[in-house]
Design a binder for this molecule. Structure first.
Ligand code: SAH
Length: 201
């Protein structure tokens, strides 16, 4: 996976390559999906949701440029795999999932595998998680119509927010990287993606 999918397609951060070679992706999957764990595609994780293709996980993670002391926020825990990757690159990860069944499954997998610096919360992630804000890195794993203002507010100075934005239905989603520098928030588009929708409420 690392040699064939990640390195040839722009994943250059050695730390990201290392954690992705160490963390067993199959442990976050169940049933038949397990045997496809290292293939170059998204996979079903239940509740009509999917775990992203490894390359997208790697590129989104790399774009956050986390540091050992950073606290990161993820919206859309799903299987817990992305949260596990983030947790090995920073001090603490808060991850929010609105489907209680997925949150429970992800939380159990993370605990079983010893990812002790990840906290899974059941909530609407579009409100962020004010209790531990601000965050040096925020990763949104579902497509938003517009970037939730709460997430911009909870971004630390110098922080980075990566989020798929569905500007017009039917059009490809735009993966955007927002940065906050001296209080001013700007973004650049990374590449087109296909994520399940962010559902508010
Ligand atoms: N990062 C995950 C994949 C996420 S799939 C992984 O590594 O497996 C997107 C997830 O976002 C789904 O589980 C979906 O239930 C969740 N989601 C959608 N809208 C949400 C919201 N408003 N708040 C929190 N989670 C949400």
């Amino acid at each position: 996976m690392v040699a064939e999918q990640l390195i040839p397609h722009g994943v250059t951060d050695e730390r990201v390559l290392r954690v992705m070679s160490e963390i067993p992706r199959e442990e976050f999957l169940t049933g038949r999906a397990r045997r496809h764990a290292y293939e170059d595609r998204a996979l079903a994780i239940g509740c009509g949701q999917t775990i992203s293709q490894p390359l997208v996980v790697a590129l989104m993670t790399q774009s956050l440029n986390l540091e050992p002391e950073s606290v990161a926020l993820e919206v859309g825990t799903g299987s817990g795999y992305q949260a596990a990757i983030l947790s090995r690159l920073c001090r603490r990860v808060i991850t929010i999932e609105r489907e209680p069944a997925l949150a429970e499954q992800a939380s159990a997998a993370l605990k079983r595998l010893g990812f002790d610096n990840v906290e899974v919360a059941v909530a609407d992630g579009s409100m962020g998680w004010p209790a531990e804000a601000p965050y040096a890195g925020i990763l949104v794993a579902c497509a938003a119509r517009q970037v939730p203002p709460a997430l911009i507010d909870q971004l630390a100075e110098g922080g980075r927010l990566v989020v798929p934005v569905q500007v017009i239905s039917e059009e490809p989603q735009d993966l955007r990287l927002y940065t906050k520098i001296e209080g001013v928030v700007t973004y650049r588009s990374l590449f087109p993606v296909l994520f399940v929708p962010l559902r508010t409420g």
